[in-house]
Ligand binder design. Structure first.
Ligand code: HEM
Length: 103
C-alpha cells in the first residue's frame, strides 16, 4: 500500500501484478479491500477530498492487482500515435464538396 500510494520508496518487492498473480482475485476481493480502506480512513477522520484521492489511486492499480489486461497505458499510447489514415472513400469527399455549389 505504501508503495502504491507514493510513500517512502524503499520497497524492493515484487510488482503488484506479480505479487497478486497467483491469488485468483476478482472484483469482489478488490472492492472489499477498497471499502475497508475507505472506512478506515473515514474512521480516522481523514478529509473526504483526501479519501477520494486515495480511492482514485487504489482504482488505478486495480488491473495489476486483479491481473487484468492493462488498459490505461494502451489508451494513453493511442493518443500519441500519428493520426490514422482516413478510410473515407474519395467519392464521399467529392460529393460533400460539390453540394454547397447549389444555387
Ligand atoms: C489497492 C489494492 C492493493 C494494493 C496496493 C496491494 C499491495 C500489496 C503489496 C505491495 C504487497 C507486497 C508484495 C510483495 O512484495 O510480496 C501485497 C501482498 C499481498 N496482497 Fe495486496 N494489495 C492490494 C490488494 C489486495 C487484495 C484485493 C488482496 C486480497 C483480497 C490482497 C492480498 C495480498 C496478499 C495475501 C499478499 C501477500 C502477503 C504476504 O505474503 O506477505 N491484496 N499487496
Amino acid at each position: 500500500m505504501t508503495f502504491a500510494f507514493g510513500g517512502p520508496s524503499r520497497y524492493t518487492g515484487k510488482t503488484l501484478r506479480a505479487a497478486h498473480a497467483s491469488m485468483n482475485l476478482n472484483e469482489m476481493h478488490f472492492n472489499a479491500v477498497a471499502e475497508n480502506l475507505q472506512a478506515a480512513l473515514k474512521d480516522l477522520k481523514v478529509p473526504d477530498d483526501l479519501i477520494a484521492q486515495v480511492m482514485t489511486i487504489a482504482g488505478s492499480v486495480k488491473s495489476d492487482v486483479l491481473n487484468l489486461p492493462k488498459e490505461e497505458p494502451a489508451a494513453a499510447k493511442e493518443e500519441t500515435k500519428p493520426a490514422p489514415v482516413k478510410e473515407e472513400p474519395a467519392s464521399v469527399k467529392e460529393e460533400s464538396k460539390a453540394e454547397p455549389a447549389k444555387d
